[in-house]
Design a protein around this ligand. Sequence first.
Ligand code: FAD
Length: 378
Amino acid sequence: MELDTSPHLKDFREEARTWLEENVPGERRPESDGPEVREYDAEWHRRQYEGGWAGIDWEPEYGGRGLSLIEQVVWYEELVRAKAPGRGIFSVAFGHAGPTLIVRGSEQQKAFHLPKILKGETPWCQGFSEPDAGSDLASLRTRGVVDGDELVITGSKIWTSYAQWCDYGELLVRTDPDASKHKGLTWLIMDMRLPGVDIRPITSIDGWPHNCEVFYDEVRVPLTSVVDRIDNGWSVAMSTLAAERGPGFLDQRLELIVMVDELIDHARGTGLLRDDAVADRLADARAAAAALRSMAYYQVSTAKKGESPGAETTAIRAFTVQLQEQLTRLAIDILGAGALEWHPWTRRWLVDFAAPIAGGTKDILKNIIGERVQGLPR
Ligand SMILES: Cc1cc2nc3c(=O)[nH]c(=O)nc-3n(C[C@H](O)[C@H](O)[C@H](O)COP(=O)(O)OP(=O)(O)OC[C@H]3O[C@@H](n4cnc5c(N)ncnc54)[C@H](O)[C@@H]3O)c2cc1C
C-alpha cells in the first residue's frame, strides 16, 4: 500500500528523510535511572521542534505545523525507518495528554501546555490506575475535595510510568463520593513537583524503574487545573483512552513493521532463514505486519474524515498487542543463546511481557470487542 498519493507527500517524505539523516542522535539513550534520561529525551524532542517536525498535525497557534494526520504518519514512517529514538518519557505528553487538552482543555490550558510539550520541555505521566482500580478504573478512590479555589488531593496511584522524570500528570480523582461509579470523577492537570507528592519508582523485570507508585498527601491544586469540569472526568478520560488506543501510538505500531524486516535480515544473515519452521513464522509475522499497516492507514483515513474512532480501534490495539508478543518471542528464538548477551531485543522481550496489560489488558480489549463489535451480552 502506498501513502504517497501526491507529489506534495513525496516531497514531504524526502524532506523528512534528509532531515533525519542529518539529525538522528548518534549516541544511544542512556541506560540509567538518573536525570540524563530526561536530558536525552528532551534534547531529541527540542531538536525535532526546532527543525519543524514536532506536532505536525497540531495547530500552529500552539507551535504545531497545522498539517494533516497523513503527513504525521509519513513522519512516523520515516522516524522508524531512520531508527530514530522513540518518544521515551514524552510518550504520554505526545500520545494522549496533548491530544486530550486539544479536545477538552480550556484555551488557557492549551496555550500554556501544548507549546511546552512540543518543545520537549515538559514530560507528562498518567495517574489513572490504583492498587484496586485497574481494569475497573471507575472504582478509583483517590479523593479530590474542593476547598475554596483549590482541590485537595489525597490517595495513591500505581504503575504511573516515568513519574520520576515528569513535570505534569493526567490525574483522575473522585470528587463526588456519593455519585454512581462513573460519575463524580474529575480529570486534572497535576503538577508533579507540588508539596505532598511522593514518587517511588518500581524496578521492572529488565532492571529499569519504568513505573512508579505515587502517593498524594493533601496536595493542593488550583481549580484552574481541572480539565473540562468537576465531576465530568470519566468523559474526559474516555477522550484520553481513545487517543491512547487510537492514532496516538501509530509510531509504535509502525515500529513493529520495521522490526519484522530486521528479524528477516538477521535470520538471512545467520542462515536461519533456511530453517522451514523459522521461515514459516517470519512469513506469518510479515503478513501480520502488512495487515497492521493497512489497519493503521484505515485509522488515519477514518480520523481524516472526521469520524470518531469506534470499537475497531480496540480491535486494532488487540491485534497490535498480539503481534508484539509474537514478534518478541520470535526474536528471542532467532537470537538463541545470543539473547543472553543483552541484545536490544532481549530487553524488548522482557518489557513486552507488560504489553498485554498496559493501557487496558488484552482480556478487557476482548470484552470490548465482544460487546461492542460482536454484540455479545456483557
Ligand atoms: C508496563 C505498564 C505500564 C503502565 N503504565 C500506566 C500508567 O502510566 N498510568 C496508569 O494509570 N496505569 C498504568 N498501567 C496500569 C494498567 O493500566 C493496569 O495494569 C491495567 O489496566 C490492569 O489493571 P490491574 O493491574 O489493576 O489488573 P486487574 O484489573 O486487577 O486485572 C487482573 C487480571 O484480571 C483480568 N480481568 C479483570 N477484569 C476483567 C474482566 N472484566 N473480564 C475479564 N478479565 C478481567 C485482567 O485481564 C487481568 O488478567 C501500566 C501497567 C503496566 C503493566
